[in-house]
Design a binder for this molecule. Structure first.
Ligand code: PAF
Length: 292
């Protein structure tokens, strides 16, 4: 594995099909699972580590975001990554560059209501990564379901020649969705955070039993997380990310809640098969993650 710092140096080392996994670093087993999936689809596997300042609406959150390049580099090597792209800020945002990418529609609701400018920051940095690294394939996890929808819209609208692949949300055996933020949860808060996935799983069971009313499904989640500060618990269309009253199309039941000062997001996606919703609860790790 080689560590690169510029777009040009990275591109020089390509062979065959190039797969990119963009990350903010501080890799967890969710990222590692995605690397393994992407490895099977490409000849050159590129992972980027960049804590992108423009997507953090809160300076303290940006400052508190965990960073450990040496640790990440060891993990990437173990997972057969070819190129670890670790740019300095001025490689991605050179002084004087002012272009930003704003995706309308899908970015407005849920996260869009609570994190001003977040998706503009995400779309801008991913557009720069796509333009600078020119991958054939890029993978994004379903954990950030709205981000995935935003980036798919961007790729479609700006005609980036990149195939975007959905990757599964990965969970601890007890249901907690993997996130680099989990390291900031105290043991007690981690226990409280389980109310989020528990509520989502209960709602998914209701769907399996025939419930389709958005209000009921959201109510189930809200009851489960009632001890937490909740930003939203919303059933939304997977394509538009607009809230819906009835589960009558591919959708996502998404939650954002604060636990002990840490903001967590989670969801269950409902795909469609044989005229009915099929819940995707994500991948459950067989053993507790060694990385949190
Ligand atoms: O999902 C993330 O880790 C980030 O939002 C991404 C896609 C790497 C952009 O900085």
């Amino acid at each position: 594995m080689e560590v690169t710092a510029t777009f040009a140096d990275t591109r020089e080392k390509y062979q065959g099909t190039v797969g990119l996994l963009p990350t903010l670093g501080f890799l967890h087993e969710g990222h590692l699972a995605l690397m393994d999936l992407l490895r099977e689809r490409c000849d050159t596997l590129v992972v980027s580590l960049f804590v992108n300042p423009t997507q953090f609406d809160d300076k303290d959150d940006f400052a508190a975001y965990p960073r450990d390049t040496e640790r990440d580099s060891g993990l990437a090597k173990e997972h057969d990554v070819d190129l670890l792209f670790v740019p300095e800020q001025d490689e991605v945002y050179p002084v004087g560059e002012t272009t930003i990418v704003e995706v309308g529609g899908v970015s407005q609701e849920m996260e869009g209501r609570y994190r001003a400018g977040h998706f503009t920051g995400v779309a801008t940095v991913v557009a720069k990564l796509f333009a600078g690294l020119q991958p054939d394939i890029a993978m994004f996890g379903r954990k950030d379901a709205q981000q995935l929808a935003v980036l798919k819209s961007m790729v479609r609208d700006l005609r980036f020649p990149v195939s975007v692949i959905d990757a599964p949300l990965v969970r601890e055996p007890d249901g907690l969705a993997l996130s680099s933020r989990n390291v900031r949860l105290s043991r007690m808060d981690r226990e409280r955070a389980l109310a989020i996935s528990r509520g989502l799983f209960q709602a998914a069971e209701q769907v399996d039993a025939g419930e389709r009313r958005g209000e009921r499904l959201e109510g189930t989640v809200r009851r489960s997380v009632k001890g937490l500060e909740v930003d939203y618990a919303t059933l939304a269309s997977q394509d538009t990310m607009v809230p819906i009253d009835e589960l009558d199309r591919p959708a996502v039941l998404a939650v954002a809640a604060h636990v002990g000062g840490v903001r967590l997001i989670d969801n269950v996606t409902f795909d469609w098969a044989d005229g009915r919703p099929v819940p995707d609860r994500g991948l459950l790790l067989a053993k507790p993650s060694r990385l949190t």
